[in-house]
Design a protein around this ligand. Structure first.
Ligand SMILES: *Cc1c(COP(=O)(O)O)cnc(C)c1O
Length: 467
């Protein structure tokens, strides 16, 4: 299996290089040269299988002969053993045709764990084979960082530097990162927004000398392995609801479009998906783009669902590439234009392709709060604000057939807002230690690419001396 860049200016690479490289050297995102597929019988056979086995089957299609099936199976088993629920991604019924898929039973209580736990195993395996040490630079809008720290802390061949936007993530989110004591982890509190952090990340990846000096890599949702990991629960949940004989809808709370694109991947692999509703908060670039065809950034507002406070959705480039018939020259030009001008128009034909599968919906703050309350009243389920955006989004569209709402964070990750809305304090699940009294370790830094790149260089050097 070979991977090509959406911008067409980098050579095709294998699975190992696509995973360890993160972003393609030309600034594009990797996608498989050809989409692998499952037969209907293969999909039907996922019914009743342990989650880790389905994950190994899906990853097997993308890793090709670069990872032995037995190694893949072992890594998936280990990764998903870290979850606090035996089903890994269980479902709860909340309406006649509506089901919530709980993606938050991993160590950091957010759906990012689903991808990050397996990604850490893959890195360990692939780097160990090459006798190589890498530096992960990661920008987080709240949950990726915690999931990355949980997955990679103590790893001997990977150092992690996490950037988060100062004051724009919850205390619990911050503490999942800053209470790690392992020396291979560094946390930077950046004066700026998540989009600023993401721009600095892109800048760092295009700096060849830095990239070489610290062997830089990324685990943001631009990493194709994360998308693969996220496509797995589309299969397990859809099959539980009658796929492949019945088509299923999904409602996805979205920011960077990674999770939603994973649904597209599952569909390309043969899973019958009718609609994917992309629900955003008031940072509605995706909802606007999918409705009007104009993909235009804007000011980032702080909302109750901070992991989606994004006005530049990295993974949208992958959908643009696919929907436009894989025209790399056009994709490269469009996203260069977006970077400089802040807006692009999606060609009409590509927009029509997108709209066949995706519907964009924006949900305001009042509606989010009201949905947390009504969901509790009507179903007894206490949901977090990100999940509430998706539950609210569901009310804006008419869907036919079974519908899975992706629940991306545990309510206890946003205790203040959930309690304020409902009067009920969400409890941390049993076995998740309170982080409140552990000392925090992080550094405040300007939202400046040069300062941050210098920090990364210094940290990588110091961490090598330690090791
Ligand atoms: C990251 C995140 C999202 C958004 O996912 P994308 O793949 O970036 O669209 C939604 N909810 C939570 C809780 C998250 O952490």
């Amino acid at each position: 299996m070979r991977y090509i860049s959406t911008r067409g200016q980098s050579p095709a690479v294998g699975f190992t290089d696509a995973v360890l490289g993160g972003l393609a050297p030309d600034g594009g995102l990797y996608v498989p040269q050809d989409w692998p597929t499952f037969t209907k019988a293969e999909i039907a056979a996922f019914a009743g299988k342990p989650y880790a086995e389905v994950a190994a089957a899906v990853f097997g299609k993308f890793a090709g002969d670069e990872i032995a099936p037995a190694d893949m199976a072992r890594m998936c088993a280990e990764a998903y053993a870290s979850f606090h629920h035996k089903a890994v991604v269980p479902m709860v019924q909340v309406g006649p045709q509506t089901f919530i898929a709980e993606l938050f039973h991993g160590p950091s209580l957010a759906f990012k764990d689903v991808a990050m736990q397996i990604l850490a195993k893959l890195y360990d395996h692939l780097l160990g084979r090459q006798n190589r040490k890498q530096t992960i630079l990661c920008a987080t809008s709240g949950d990726t960082g915690g999931a990355a720290v949980e997955a990679f802390r103590g790893a001997s061949n990977v150092r992690v530097v996490v950037m988060f936007p100062e004051g724009r993530i919850s205390q619990v989110q911050r503490r999942f990162m800053t209470t790690a004591t392992e020396t291979n982890i560094a946390c930077l509190s950046v004066a700026g927004t998540f989009d600023d952090c993401q721009a600095i990340l892109k800048d760092a990846f295009q700096d060849k000398s830095l990239k070489q000096a610290v062997d830089l890599t990324g685990v943001n949702s631009i990493n194709f392995a994360r998308i693969v990991a996220q496509s797995v629960y589309y299969f397990t949940t859809a099959v539980a609801l009658g796929a492949p004989d019945r088509a299923v809808n999904f409602v996805v709370p979205s920011g960077n479009f990674g999770d939603a694109f994973a649904g597209y991947v599952a569909m390309r692999m043969g899973l019958p998906i009718q609609q994917i509703v992309v629900a955003t908060n008031s940072n509605d670039i995706l909802a606007r783009a999918l409705t009007t065809g104009r993909y235009a950034g804007g000011a980032v507002h702080a909302t109750l669902s901070p992991a989606m406070d994004i006005q530049s959705a990295s993974n949208f480039e992958r959908l643009y590439f696919e929907a436009g018939g894989r025209d790399a020259a056009d994709t490269g030009q469009a996203f260069e234009t977006f970077k400089t001008a802040g807006a692009i128009d999606i060609p009409a034909a590509a927009l029509a392709v997108m709209q066949r599968t995706f519907t964009g919906v924006a949900v305001g703050e009042d509606e989010t709060v009201a949905t947390i309350v009504s969901t509790l009243d009507e179903t007894g389920e206490l949901i977090d604000p990100h999940t509430a955006v998706a539950m609210a989004g569901l009310k804006h569209v008419a869907l036919d057939g079974p519908t899975v709402v992706l629940s991306t964070a545990h309510a206890a990750k946003f205790p203040e807002d959930v309690e304020k809305a409902t009067g009920v304090e969400p409890a941390l699940p049993r076995g998740v230690a309170s982080l409140a009294d552990r000392p925090e370790r992080f550094q405040r830094i300007a939202g400046d690419a040069t300062a941050i790149k210098d920090y990364v260089r210094g940290f990588a050097e110091a961490a090598s001396v330690d090791a």
